[in-house]
Design a protein around this ligand. Sequence first.
Ligand code: TYD
Length: 143
Amino acid sequence: MKKSSVYDCVILPLSKIHNRAGNITVIEGSKNVPFDVKRLYYLYDIPGGEDRGGHAHKELRQLIVAASGSFDVMLDDGINKKVVTLNRPDYGLFVIPGIWRELMEFSSGAICLVLASDIYREEDYLRAYLEYINFKRDETIST
Ligand code: TYD
């Protein structure tokens, strides 16, 4: 029975329209990201040494972008872990459902932009690690 894996969370290159006055990156739902974008939010003014995240989602898909600065995303599927450093606004980390994530090591002034496949639904969150591990035990995903 297949379960969602950290190895299916990949870095996606985004567009970059360059001219001498600066760059533009455009993200269109279902075109540059593999889901329809229903929500966008961003984390900013993160005090030094603070971590964010510390949860998983049952169904939500996300693209996480370092719109400014840098930070690490620690991904955990209950078996394997991997740490991805995001530090470029023209690359995004695609995070599939069923993955525990923690965001850490924010640089000063970092902005973490998140595009999400659904509106905010608290019932989609798994906020306790034990609850997450129980969810993974029953999880099956289609291939
Ligand atoms: P949370 O997702 O726990 O933040 P993080 O993973 O970055 O540490 O959200 C923090 C608070 O903000 C929590 O009270 C829920 C609220 N929130 C919304 O109301 N809507 C949203 O779209 C998001 C992402 C969070």
